[in-house]
Design a binder for this molecule. Structure first.
Ligand code: PLP
Length: 452
């Protein structure tokens, strides 16, 4: 920090303040975590100065041998960890990984037959007219994904995102009674809509998805089955999600972020079978510019960490903690979407406290508990105010908190929300959040601070 302070002290101060905030609060944002010092250090180094467009061994720049090494290592760890035939580790984020996957599927499903039909070698050899006609004839650009208020993600074909402009989108929701995914309803919609891509994956669904059934549905309608496991990749890596609940053996293509439950650097990744590998590897230049070698180095380190036996233990504790948190809230009379959780997140409907999600989020933040507001299914308050709070356990699990502390966390959340009247904040709870942390197993963040 002193080095940075010598150039721009305000940045150094903000970094120090961020460390303090992250140490002193209860971080319950389901998409956040604490990467290890090894991951952070692999990301902050001279690799960030290097350009390396292309793929391993086929770069458009000279001097890329060290980048080749780290990219190959990250890809190898990803293949081994997830049991995937092919891994592409260049995407800079989850949204980039999804864009790469969408274009790879489009290229595979439309471009390849178009070239064959026109006896052309490259898309550039086709006239504009031929290309558009072939595209119209060969490919519907329809995507079916989970609706936003059921927990789906913006990148799964929704209007404000580029995916909503690339695809005609339709969504499947959850059963209004149970809040659970209704596979028969997904099947009916798929049969009627006949999507090119069926997407499974979510940001705010607290239950598991049976990927075997989803693949069957995709096969019945001739769709490519894509899973976005951004949120639960850590649970797949830690072998908590296996069999029908592990997306990798069932999907044609899988995307993920690397920074959520997987606990790596901010970034994305695509896993696929060999038949899509060539199109996926064209992510740069199709969608991406130069890769970020420093982030690929950090991905390699994080994936190596995820292959250690301790990671499986961490992944199991994430779910144990989420279930303990849900139980703690349930026993205090809170309303949870689907009544509980099978994964790393809990969706708390705060309307019973007489609050909107926005009010609850602000009150909890005042109490030192960092969460995010989130829509609940059929949310009457819309996407800005919302009626829900999303709570995730990966970060607190990394810090060593266990099921006993989760009951205390649930008690704190319930107390803050009960005491909150719209317009009046719940000052003074921060010290209680700190107490839970102080009482927990020695904090990993404190160790990081010492290391840094
Ligand atoms: N996919 C899912 C399911 C997500 O939850 C997110 C992030 O919230 C993304 C993709 C996008 O990831 P990123 O923020 O890295 O672009």
């Amino acid at each position: 920090l002193q080095v940075i302070a010598g150039v721009e002290p305000r940045v150094a101060a903000a970094i120090g303040a961020e460390l303090a905030d992250q140490r002193e609060s209860l971080k319950l944002i389901a998409s956040e975590n604490y990467a290890s010092p090894a991951v952070l250090l692999a990301m902050g180094n001279w690799f960030s100065d290097k350009y390396a467009e292309g793929t391993i061994g086929r770069r458009f720049y000279a001097g890329c041998r060290n980048v080749d090494t780290v990219e190959a290592l990250a890809a190898e760890h990803a293949r081994e960890l997830f049991g995937a035939p092919h891994a592409y580790v260049q995407p800079h984020s989850g949204i980039d990984a999804n864009l790469v996957a969408f274009w790879a599927v489009l290229a595979h499903r439309i471009e390849a037959p178009a070239l064959e039909r026109a006896k052309a070698r490259q898309v550039n050899d086709l006239s504009e007219q031929d290309w558009f006609e072939l595209r119209r004839e060969l490919g519907n650009q329809r995507m079916l994904g989970m609706s936003l208020d059921a927990g789906g993600h913006l990148t799964h074909g929704f209007r404000p995102n580029i995916s909503g402009k690339m695809f005609d989108q339709r969504s499947y929701g959850t059963d209004p009674e149970t809040g659970l995914l209704d596979y028969d309803a997904v099947r009916r919609t798929a049969q009627e809509f006949r999507p090119l891509i069926l997407v499974a994956g979510y940001s705010a669904y607290p239950r598991l998805i049976n990927f075997r059934i989803m693949r069957e549905i995709a096969d019945e309608v001739g769709a490519t089955f894509m899973v976005d496991m951004a949120h639960f990749a850590g649970l797949v890596a830690g072998k908590v999600l296996t069999g029908d609940f592990d997306p990798v053996p069932h999907a044609h293509i899988v995307t993920t972020t690397t920074h959520k439950s997987l606990r790596g650097p901010r970034g994305g990744m695509v896993l696929c079978h060999e038949d899509l590998a060539e199109q996926v590897d064209r992510g740069c230049p199709m969608v991406l510019g130069g890769p970020l070698p420093h982030v690929m180095a950090a991905k390699a380190v994080a994936l190596a960490e995820a292959r250690q036996p301790e990671f499986a233990d961490y992944a199991q504790r994430i779910v144990d903690n989420a279930q303990a948190l849900a139980e703690g809230l349930n026993k205090r009379g809170a309303t949870l979407v689907t009544g509980g959780t099978d994964n790393h997140l809990v969706l708390l409907d705060v309307s019973g406290y007489g609050l909107t999600g926005r009010q609850a989020e602000a009150a909890l933040l005042d109490g030192g508990i960092v969460t995010n507001r989130n829509s609940v299914p059929q949310d009457p308050n819309g996407a800005w105010y919302t009626s829900g709070i999303r709570l995730g356990t990966p970060a607190l699990t990394t810090r060593g908190l266990g099921v006993a502390e989760m009951d205390e966390v649930a008690a704190l959340i319930d107390a803050v929300l009960r005491e909150t009247k719209p317009g009046v904040t719940a000052q003074g709870k921060a010290s209680k959040a700190q107490h839970v942390l102080d009482e927990s197993v020695a904090s990993r963040v404190a160790a990081q601070a010492a290391d840094l």
